[in-house]
Each structure stands twice: as C-alpha cells, then as structure tokens.
Design a protein around this ligand. Structure first.
Ligand SMILES: [Ca+2]
Ligand SMILES: [Ca+2]
Ligand SMILES: [Ca+2]
Length: 376
C-alpha cells in the first residue's frame, strides 16, 4: 500500500515539492509504526525535547557520611550502616558502600526506626553477589519509598554471617559518628551502627560511607483498562490484545512515560512471583476528549495468561513503569476474567483488536499532521 502511494505521488503529474512531501510522509510513517523506541524518540523530538535532555534529569548518587574521615580500616563485624531521617519523601533505588569486598553475596537492607538509633522491623532487603573488583563503590539495587519525617536504618551486610572476612585487603572507608547529626541531601544522618540483625549496635563510634540513588516518589496514574463503555471483561483463553489507557492530566504528560519500562499484570499474582508483561503496541489518542493526548498500550492476553500474570482469579490489573527521568509510576483498574465462548467467538473479540497495517498507516499520516498543527 505504501509503495503504491509513493508510486502515485512520484510518477503522476504532481509538482516536485508535492512529490517530496508525499515521499517524506511515507518514510516518516514507516519509521513511526515500525519500532516502538523510534516512535517514542520521534514523539520526544516532536515535543522539542530529547532523550538526552531527559537523562540529564537523573540525579547523581548521594554520599552519606559525617564528613569527618577516620581512615581506611579492616572490616570486622557483621555489617555496617547508618540511621537517618528522611526530610522529604524520596524513592530509594540503590544502596552502595565504599569498600573492597570479597566475592560474596551481600544484602542492602532498610529497617524501620523510631529515632535513627534503634532498629525495628526489616522493611526491605535485596541481595547481590559483589566483590573481587578492588576498592570502590559497590551498589545494590533496591526500590523503596522513604516517607518524609520518618526514621530508617540503611544497612549493608554479607548475606551469610561472616565476621572477619567480608571486607578484602583494601579495607573500608570509615567516618566518625561524632560528626553527626548532619544534613545531606534529603536526609538527616543520625548515627552509625554495626551488627547483623535488629537490634543493631549503635554504640560503635564509626560508620561507613554509604551512597544512595534516589528518584522522586512514585506517581499514581489514572488507568483505564479497555477504555470506553466497557465492563473490563478479559477472555481467559483469548488471543486478542488487552488495551490499557494511561490518561493524561494537566500535571501528567504521557509523553514523559518510558514505554519500554511498562509492565502489566494482576498485582496479587505478580507480587507472588509471576512475571508481568511488557507492551506490544502503543499509540497516542485523546480517549476522554479533554484535549490532552492519552497513551494506549496493548498487551497480549494469551501471553499474560501463559506467563501467569493473569488467571481466572484476577480481579485487578496493575501497570507499573517509569518516566524518562526515572520516576516510578503505577496505576490499576478492575478486570473481569471470563471463559472463552465455544469456538472463541464474541468474548475474544471483546478485547480491542490490533488495528490493521492499513489503519495504522492512515493513523500515522493523520497523527503526524495533527502533531504538526499543534506545534504551529
Ligand atoms: Ca554509633
Ligand atoms: Ca474500562
Ligand atoms: Ca485525554
């Protein structure tokens, strides 16, 4: 079809600028609908921003220590950490330590605390094999939101208790606790500690230099599964695409969504270990006619069910992901799982089908025209 349009435009008796314009539209359309990431990049360019600009918004790691350096010493004990207060609500995405680690599995942990000097319940823990790379920063990815005004203890330890053998010959950077409290970034550092499990020992007068990566706290997005007049039925044995809409508002531009980061599934099944699924299609459309483009993403129903991310017990679908600046987003809507009809008739088609290539091409041409008008 595309080649016919090109042929029609180039061969027939149109002016040269018109032929070139048609040719460019076709090339744009082919690119636009061929690769999701290219489409995303073009949308950003259309907005006058770039992926590079977005990545510059990602904050640098924040080093947490008293600023009074004791020295580089051996690493006896069962782990090290810091008690602190979050002065604003932030999402912690990694915890690291400045050290020479032996090759072992290590845990980054976040404990509750009432004062930054006592440890309560373990709130989050992630394990990673690290070490063997000499002295430097060793980071473990974690994802946990610290609430403004609350106290926590960040702790780094060998996964298996290993009193005198978790720090290598290069040692560990130590800072003096008497330099605390001190405010660093969005945190007030209260006290250094050591130990293996709660309660940790805060009588120790030293602390390591920890570093954390933070992002803005998660944003809840307005989600509409099967947008439009629909009772959100999903055929359990369907082969169609489940369309999920992220609705924009004045504060939330769907152009900021990193489509490659989106994952969908039943929150109960996913939190129980099932793997959520990435989107297989995406397009912009003002679904609720408020003048703001919404983002419609599609997920394969058969893949969702085959992967265990949806089953007959599902009553909710959750979408999680990130903005280009790393801010987490999440949203959910109800689903009503229904069995497939004999022969797979009406219920399967209740999932919005993928538009044909012809329709996509027409939409692409219309879409490019619409976006251009908006910019002018
Ligand atoms: Ca202490
Ligand atoms: Ca709906
Ligand atoms: Ca809208």
């Amino acid at each position: 079809m595309v080649f016919f349009v090109v042929y029609y435009a180039v061969v027939l008796n149109h002016s040269k600028p018109y032929q070139e314009m048609i040719l460019m539209r076709c090339i744009q359309t082919i690119i636009w609908w061929s690769v999701p990431n290219v489409r995303q990049a073009l949308r950003l360019l259309a907005l006058g921003s770039t992926v590079l600009l977005s990545s510059q918004c990602v904050a640098a790691p924040i080093e947490l220590n008293s600023g009074i350096f004791r020295g580089n010493l051996s690493g006896e004990g069962h782990g090290r950490g810091l008690g602190l207060r979050a002065d604003s609500t932030v999402n912690l995405t990694s915890i690291g330590i400045h050290v020479d680690l032996n090759v072992l599995s290590f845990d980054a942990q976040i404990y509750a605390s009432t004062n930054g000097s006592d440890t309560g319940a373990l709130l989050a823990s992630e394990s990673t094999v690290l070490g063997g790379t000499g002295f430097g920063w060793q980071d473990i990815l974690i994802n946990f939101t610290l609430d403004a005004g609350s106290f926590y203890v960040l702790h780094f330890r060998p996964t298996i208790p290993n009193i005198n053998n978790w720090v290598g010959a290069g040692g560990i950077d130590y800072y003096e606790d008497f330099g605390l409290p001190v405010t660093v970034g969005p945190f007030t550092l209260i006290d250094g500690e050591e130990g293996y499990t709660s309660p940790l020992n805060f009588s120790n007068a030293l602390h390591p230099s920890l570093r954390v990566n933070v992002s803005d706290p998660p944003i809840e997005i307005a989600l509409d599964i099967k947008p439009g007049p629909s009772n959100n039925t999903v055929p359990l044995n369907g082969n169609g695409t489940l369309q999920v809409a992220i609705l924009a508002n004045e504060e939330f531009n769907v152009m900021d969504v990193n489509i490659g980061s989106l994952l969908f599934g039943d929150p109960i099944l996913v939190d129980g270990g099932a793997t959520p699924l990435g989107a297989t299609s995406d397009r912009l459309r003002d679904l609720n006619h408020d003048g703001l483009d919404d983002l419609l993403v599609g997920f394969s129903i058969s893949d969702l069910v085959a992967g265990g991310a949806l089953d007959a017990s599902s009553v909710e679908g959750r979408l999680t992901g990130e903005l280009f600046d790393g801010t987490p987003i999440f949203g959910s809507d109800i689903v009503r799982m229904v069995p497939q009809n004999n022969g797979g008739g009406a219920l399967v088609s209740s999932a919005v089908p993928e538009p044909s290539t012809l329709a996509l091409t027409a939409l692409g041409l219309l879409g490019i025209g619409r976006r251009r008008r908006k910019r002018s």
